[in-house]
Design a protein around this ligand. Structure first.
Ligand code: SF4
Length: 218
């Protein structure tokens, strides 16, 4: 059984695949926060801006089999004979649910399969693209991936601490939340300036912006 908050067709807004059409499958639940505001302060991950609770979003629901979920995702891609159909498994933490069976069904349907994970759970076999977004205070188990996307700055996780992950790309994504600032005013702007300065001083890192939010397409 798979619990999905929402699924939709859009453009990937971040990282090395920015601009690529994709079906997003947002799984319910995360292992670093339960999604309830009253519990945020004592969560491992405190700056989440995503609603991953329940199954009440567009095209969300409970899917009894991997095939049923794969069929639902196929229905969101305009034409499976056109382009390179691409599905991004996100969350919440998708690796709480994404398994070999579902990846196999997505492949059989014709998708390339990507995951965006916090890196604290083992990867299933067969993924075509792995993005790890590490969170301070959590224990990383994924040691190799295609791209690291670090929300920056995090008070308890410095960029140099995640360079041990073997990746093709290392991205900094400016934090929208004010947890590293004294007020909410302009948090995104200040953090974008900080991230930009860090990338210029440390050119292993590249800046990535949430273009889907800038374009207001999600
Ligand atoms: S790990 Fe990701 S999904 Fe989970 S609470 Fe943090 S930002 Fe949200």
């Amino acid at each position: 059984m798979y619990k999905v908050k929402e699924a939709f067709y859009s453009l990937q807004g971040e990282g090395a695949q920015t601009g690529r059409p994709a079906v997003f499958c947002r799984f319910s639940k995360c292992n670093l926060w339960n999604g309830r505001e009253q519990d945020r302060a004592r969560a491992v991950c405190k700056f989440c801006d995503t609603d991953f609770v329940g199954q009440d979003g567009q095209n969300g629901g409970i899917f009894e089999t991997a095939k049923q979920l794969a069929d639902q995702l196929v229905g969101l891609w305009p034409d499976m004979t056109e382009g390179k159909p691409y599905v991004i498994c996100t969350g919440g933490e998708p690796l709480l649910q994404l398994d070999d069976k579902l990846i196999e069904q997505m492949h059989l349907a014709g998708f390339e399969v990507a995951v965006e994970t916090n890196g604290t759970l083992p990867l299933p076999e067969g993924l075509d693209w792995v993005c790890v977004s590490p969170k301070g205070g959590s224990k990383l188990v994924v040691r190799a991936c295609n791209e690291v996307k670090l929300v920056y700055p995090q008070p308890d996780l410095l960029p140099e601490q995640v360079l041990g992950i073997d990746a093709d790309y290392y991205f900094l994504s400016p934090m929208a939340s004010p947890i590293c600032l004294s007020s909410e005013d302009g948090a995104k702007k200040v953090n974008t300036e900080r991230a930009l300065a860090y990338c210029l001083a440390n050119p292993t890192w590249r800046l990535t912006l949430q273009t889907h939010k800038i374009l207001e397409i999600d």
